[in-house]
Design a binder for this molecule. Sequence first.
Ligand code: GDP
Ligand code: MG
Length: 447
Amino acid sequence: MVLENLGQSLRDVLKKIVNASNIDEKLVKEITKDIQRALLQADVNVKLVLEITKEVERRALTEKPPAGKSSREHVIRIINDELVKILGEPKTLPVQKQVIMMVGLYGQGKTTTSGKLGRYFHKKGMKVGLIAGDVYRPAAYDQLKQIADKVGIHFFGIPGETNASKIVAEGMKALANQDIIIVDTSGRHALEADLIQEIKDIANVAKPTERILVLDASVGQQAGPQAQAFHDAVGITSVIITKMDGTAKGGGALSAVARTKAPIVFIGVGEHLEDLDPFIPSRFISRMLGMGDLQSLMETAKENISEDAAEEVTKKIMSGKFTLREMYDQMEMLSNMGPLKKLMGMLPGMPGGMTDKINVEESQARLAKYRIIMDSMTDEEMEEPRLIKGNRINRIAIGSGTDPKDVRELLHQYNNSKKAVKGFMGNRKLRKQLMKQAGAGGLEGME
Ligand code: GDP
Ligand code: MG
């Protein structure tokens, strides 16, 4: 079995769980062994592998699945959680004065990623300079210069010069007043002694505090030895996985991280300079395991909503409480989702035309009006909206500087929402189905 197959063999384990007639001790022991084998073959440290698989086994055998989840889903969740631990805590590159050196084999994305990082720091207000340290590839100088011009950052290179350390030494002087210097280097098709010597020499001259290994997501079996060789040469401090926008699931990255103990800091998600995303371990593992895009979808929503707030409202509604406050909170959350259309577009069952009908501005304007009206209500009225009629409507309209018809519209909206919530809560089958769907959604992408 080749390493390319780490993701594959882990996905096979999950398939085994999905297809099992029931989750018993025998199955748990079997899958624990399978995971052990897969991780060991991917160069993950033996001690870590044992720790992780022991924890998977213990949790799978003792933990009760949370409400609404099957034991199958729960065991898969446990495996996911434990694998995330291999990747460690997420780390970001500090925004501060520093020298960064990019290393990696040919075509992995060093030059492109140098530009992406340059843009990233430039946007954060840092003065950035790029040094063209690739003397091996004929067009390397032009490629990096073009990128630097596009981003609007400084650039240093000596066309035709074949001594990389000389370029870097002069570049360090020329760019001395920049905050961040990023040194691009040559690659080769395979690990070669002269490449290793070259990057060692460059490191001696540039004294980079960050030495970033750039790895293409499709790199499989080679990831471990590659990472090791670069690590031995210059001491890798961070890893960037590129081309995560393709079909490769990046399983080899796990080996690289395991060998170098250097965290993945970013992922490349396209050819453009803005296609650089922070690395999120849990999402990466889910993708490797083929758990679908659900997590990405949830992240998009989460960017703007506090997860706690969302949970709280849902809990209240589930408990049968649905006052004007709950309606308002719910509406506010929806309108706060910002790029709502984008989010809707990501939902699997959403027909294209449907998303056009949602007018974010309009709903936000309405929300603002509702807020003003609600501010003129008493606490009692907020909790018991059915009290609001006759004179109260007029009082609220006057207090909020709106029209009684606006107050009635708000109440109408409330009654409709309440009916919908009631219908939903009363329909046991529907409710169960939805809860199940929400719980099992993460498995959707699994082949
Ligand atoms: P280098 O040889 O390591 O410097 O690699 P380059 O930066 O020249 O990249 C090699 C190719 O990969 C180029 O065509 C890039 O446009 C492409 N590339 C780099 N990063 C990404 C990425 O994250 N996604 C995609 N789709 N292409 C990428
Ligand atoms: Mg290059």
